[in-house]
Design a protein around this ligand. Structure first.
Ligand code: SAH
Length: 247
């Protein structure tokens, strides 16, 4: 069978790359990805053909990868984090209908939400919602409604794509929606460049987050009403204390 691997590299590659992803990268003759993500696979590049396409050419990248695999070369399509979280796994499987001879295997990776949560403490321990603030593929009113519903449901909210040069006020607008449901002193955090050079993190309140300038390499965490700061860590209680009281 002709093989295409769709690989989640983890947030920074290297230490956070799973052994399964490592093996698929080693088996592949062609590595295909957005230029910056190919960097994550630097140690696997020797002797392989590299195909990189710019950020906006996602479908072209998927098609190129499927074509290479169909031509008989085991190919790896590389995504950061997990390929099924705002990644290429969906579009590849849609296009793959045109390439029935290619076996597409999706290999999971550590998504930014999980790696970032571990750095901050344990913010996502209970129910949480992941929402992207990018309106390139989702209309802004839909994003607003999802934020509002997550706020009403008291979910911990994890935001991907919180800000870019063209969308400087999206984070502030998202905070305003959540402030309808939560206090300004709700515990929040952000983590930037997880697993990469320049990794940084900060704990702050929702009111402070509203004024914060972050960038597109940052993942943001907004606590639920029960999230607490404990010794500099962001922690959402699982609720064992309340259960103990009930007995
Ligand atoms: N497939 C990726 C997400 C791609 S969307 C994953 O599963 O992690 C791009 C967004 O992911 C960024 O805007 C940022 O919010 C988040 N992100 C990806 N890598 C990151 C990293 N190393 N550090 C912090 N945030 C990251």
């Amino acid at each position: 069978m002709k093989q295409l691997y769709v690989i989640g590299m983890g947030p920074g590659g290297g230490e956070q790359l799973t052994p399964q992803a490592r093996q698929a990268l080693e088996e592949s003759a062609v590595l295909c990805g957005y230029t910056a993500y190919l960097e994550l696979a630097r140690e696997f590049q020797a002797g392989k053909e590299l195909i990189s396409t710019p950020m906006t050419r996602e479908l072209e990248r998927c098609r190129l990868a499927l074509e290479r695999a169909a031509a008989g070369q085991t190919t790896a399509l590389i995504c950061s984090g997990d390929a099924g979280v705002y990644g290429m796994a969906g579009p590849v499987l849609q296009l793959a209908e045109e390439f029935p001879e290619v076996d597409v295997e999706v290999i999971p990776g550590v998504t930014a939400a999980l790696a970032g949560a571990a750095l901050l403490g344990a913010p996502l321990i209970h129910d949480f919602a992941v929402i992207s603030l990018s309106d390139l593929l989702t209309p802004w009113p839909v994003i607003q409604r999802r934020l509002d519903c997550a706020g009403a449901g008291d979910f911990v909210v994890c935001l991907y794509n919180p800000m870019s040069k063209k969308r400087r006020d999206h984070l502030r607008r998202a905070c305003d929606i959540l402030l309808k449901h939560r206090d300004g002193d709700t515990v929040c955090g952000w983590v930037k460049n997880i697993g990469r050079v320049g990794q940084e993190k900060r704990l702050l309140t929702l009111a402070e987050l509203r004024e914060e300038q972050v960038d597109m390499f940052t993942t943001v965490f907004i606590g639920s009403q029960s999230t607490r700061e404990i010794a500099g860590r962001m922690v959402t209680p699982r609720g064992y204390e309340a259960k103990a009281c009930a007995f």
